[in-house]
Write a protein that binds this ligand. Sequence first.
Ligand code: ADP
Ligand code: ADP
Length: 233
Amino acid sequence: EIAISIRNLTKEYVLKSETVRALRGVSFDVPNGDYVAIMGPSGSGKSTLLNLLGCLDKPTSGSFLLGDDDIARMNDDQLADIRSQRIGFIFQSYNLIQQLSVVENIQVPLYYQGRLGAEERQRAIELAQRVGLGDRLDHRPTQLSGGQQQRVAIARSLINDPSFVLADEATGNLDSVTTGEILTIFDQLSAEGRTIIMVTHEDEVAERAKRIIRLKDGSLHLDELISQDRREA
Ligand code: ADP
Ligand code: ADP
């Protein structure tokens, strides 16, 4: 079953004196449960593609199906619903709210939906435990290491039980040991059948995925499967 299908996706940014063609007709399918790393040099279109896949922006042309939904035809409200209900986002800079505790940060996506009952708090606690922060529930982000902050962000991304998780340089600020811990959590999310797409510029990180898509100048340059041997190397 296909989670994501994009065809001839283009994105142009219109500036005052010129048009930047950030994506020039990208096509690929992502089956449910796939684990994809997107790589490519700076300016190759990775962030633009991730923004489109995350329904944060709309393509200039081309089609994008998320499950059975035709994303390119949706209005902003519909896109906001899809983002909050079906997609988990993880960023390089964690994007935690400094005034809130670990459990409260994990509940932030529910706040926008007006859902903050005891049941939701319990679910946030379970997610904190799941990412190894069961003894840090009332800590603030400043009291946590970078790896711990990213684990809070991962728990937050899971609060609506998304089938699809998008990570943008999630390990970019972390040392190699902590990066390994975060990637182990990603392995678990993948084993649960969630579809994961991550942008990274680190080969060691990308090779933990099942597949690497390389962009070059706004086009798909290479699409390679990672063998099990290489993933475990
Ligand atoms: P990457 O993430 O691989 O570095 P980007 O998707 O950020 O690539 O950028 C692709 C191209 O689009 C670059 O030429 C970049 O300068 C341009 N670009 C990205 N975002 C914008 C924007 N909001 N406005 C104008 N140009 C942009
Ligand atoms: P991790 O490997 O999970 O990133 P570390 O080994 O870096 O954790 O951190 C060990 C402990 O030190 C953590 O439990 C955390 O509470 C504390 N700690 C680490 N970095 C900071 C920091 N910048 N500010 C406050 N506490 C920190």
